[in-house]
Design a protein around this ligand. Structure first.
Ligand code: APR
Length: 232
């Protein structure tokens, strides 16, 4: 079997592209508490706010001001050169890994550039704003579309696939994630239990630091390049 590497990324990798992380701003995400915008309850209570919030996030991502940074491009470059299997699992809902050229990306928390029908579960690519009046392509009805985002209290996507990759990898690398949100925060423990080497790349040591065999600290644009250059 060819060697397998699993990389898990979080908001820290996109921070130098101008996207705010979740927990570095007094617990607020773009001026909102998470419960106001990122829960099924919030969507029920105030759909207008939730639609507007994700429309703004999507517009920002597509604005031209937000571009992949060196950390994204280094991961894409490594994937091209690496002889084994490279799996990139991201908690990020932005598309910066794809825009940097990464091929094998698993978006466990959904994607800003996709929307979903709440009835059929069908997922559509969409770069446009949506609201309560948007008509769903599959049922031709208003009010059935929601952002394709995994909110708090919902089950992340592709968990079986990710679990399989974690059990097969020899190296697990976590980049720019604080380790506060499960199940992603538990991936290091799973990989370790299958004898993978575990590495943390982050601005600072996280609460999961003791779980990692090695850690390298600083801005993602610097530590990712240094670490992956050595790995090749
Ligand atoms: N380079 C490297 N690491 C950085 C940088 C940077 N330039 N800037 C910030 N960081 C680190 C922070 O130190 C922190 O440990 O990135 C981490 C970001 O943590 P969070 O804001 O908690 O983001 P994340 O771990 O991705 O959150 C997980 O929580 O709200 C939910 O669904 C949301 O996917 C998200 C999940």
């Amino acid at each position: 079997m060819p060697p397998k590497i699993v990389v898990l990324t979080g908001a820290g990798i996109s921070s130098e592209s101008g996207l705010k992380t979740f927990r570095d701003n007094n617990g607020l995400w773009e001026n909102h508490r998470v419960e106001e915008v990122a829960t099924p309850d919030a969507f029920k209570r105030n759909p207008e706010l939730v639609y507007r919030f994700y429309n703004l996030r999507r517009q920002q991502l597509l604005s031209g001001e937000v571009k992949p940074n060196k950390a994204h491009t280094e991961l894409a470059l490594f994937e091209k050169k690496f002889q084994g299997e490279f799996v990139l699992v991201t908690q990020n809902v932005d598309n910066l890994h794809e825009r940097a050229g990464s091929q094998n990306v698993i978006h466990m928390h959904g994607e800003l550039t996709k929307i979903r029908c709440v009835h059929s579960g069908e997922v559509f690519e969409s770069l446009l704003d949506i609201d309560e009046n948007s008509i769903c392509e599959c049922c031709q009805k208003k009010g059935n579309l929601r952002p394709h985002i995994v909110w708090f209290g919902e089950i992340p996507l592709f968990m079986d696939e990710i679990q399989k990759h974690l059990s097969e990898c020899q190296l697990f690398i976590s980049v720019g994630t604080s380790g506060n949100v499960y199940p992603a925060a538990g991936f290091v423990e799973i990989a370790k239990s299958f004898a993978a080497k575990t590495v943390e790349l982050n601005m600072e040591k996280t609460i999961l630091n003791s779980m990692f065999d090695e850690g390298y600290y600083g801005p993602a644009t610097e530590v990712v390049e240094k670490y992956f250059a050595r790995l090749l």
